[in-house]
Design a protein around this ligand. Structure first.
Ligand code: PAF
Length: 289
């Protein structure tokens, strides 16, 4: 099993992708912050289906962490990540340093208006500017034909689709479904922050979303359903709910009922972890739950 070639500079990345392109190969990019789990690896599988060559970037992006957030503590293990990438057939691992990504004097921020105003944008000011800036850079550095992102970060996926459209970046953005533990907990690098007791409580978030989704699909109004779901999450042991809300699946506009394709989105704190999750809500009752 040969592992992915590791490149650490924009120049080396461009040389590698340029070589592939000369042979007519298409290129997919899977941007990550490392600490790879099966959710990330599912994105690599999807990328392998969509392009001839797959680049996975690993960069813990300081600009998307607020003061007091977990930038320093964020799990990092590039050697294990590289082994996992070899097993799923990634061709290149792009792991730039902070100085390579943000050289001295770096002064540009990409801000996507509207979509970033609330939900995780409200709870984590500046977060989506950091995401939009680094993803723009990664797309311009790798110039992939396609880039794959997880639907677990649903608001992020919409922000990235919007920035690609607004900036005329020539890439197809593909979303891949949330990967879950057998008990329903969405895979996340931050699940490692949970104690054993908290880990047992954590699937309650997904379960509450699913119950709410079924009720909304049956035509109940959002206010009562969402209040009950929030109560369930708190009763399960979560410390605080940042949001648990029904939104238009395309625009994230708040909805009073699931009268069009919609998404239930939630973020809640459990011990040292802030967990996010979301499920589709289909007007005709064809959601995921
Ligand atoms: O979803 C993530 O892991 C990050 O936000 C991303 C897209 C890699 C940008 O740093």
């Amino acid at each position: 099993m040969t592992g992915p070639v590791t490149v650490r500079s924009v120049g080396a990345l461009r040389a590698q992708t340029g070589q592939w392109r000369e042979t007519g190969a298409t290129v997919a990019l899977v941007p990550t912050m490392g600490a790879l789990h099966d959710g990330h690896l599912s994105l690599v599988h999807k990328a392998n289906e969509l392009a001839d060559r797959v680049v996975v970037s690993i960069f813990v992006n300081p600009r998307q962490f607020g003061p007091g957030e977990d930038y320093a503590a964020y799990p990092r293990d590039e050697a294990v990540d590289a082994e996992n990438l070899a097993a799923v057939g990634a061709d290149a691992l792009y792991a730039p340093t902070v100085a390579e990504m943000y050289p001295d004097g770096f002064a540009t921020t990409v801000h996507v208006g509207g979509l970033t105003d609330d939900l995780c944008g409200a709870a984590r000011p500046g977060h989506f500017d950091g995401v939009a800036t680094v993803v723009s850079k990664l797309l311009l550095q790798a110039r992939p034909d396609v880039a794959v992102f997880g639907e677990k970060d649903y608001q992020q996926l919409l922000v990235i689709r919007r920035l690609v459209r607004d900036l005329d970046i020539l890439v197809s953005i593909v979303g891949a479904p949330v990967v879950r533990e057998p008990d329903g907990l969405a895979l996340s690098s931050r699940n490692t922050y949970l104690t054993a007791d908290q880990r047992r409580a954590a699937p309650a978030l997904y379960k509450a979303l699913c119950r709410a989704s079924v009720r909304l699909e049956a035509g109940e109004g959002a206010a009562g359903v969402l209040a009950a779901a929030r109560d369930e999450v708190v009763a399960a042991g979560f410390d605080a709910v940042d949001y648990l809300t029904l939104r238009d699946a395309a625009t994230l506009a708040p909805l009073d009922a699931a009268d069009r394709p919609a998404r239930l989105l939630a973020a809640a704190h459990l011990g040292g972890a802030r967990l996010i999750d979301n499920v589709p809500v289909a007007p005709a009752g064809e959601g995921a739950c």
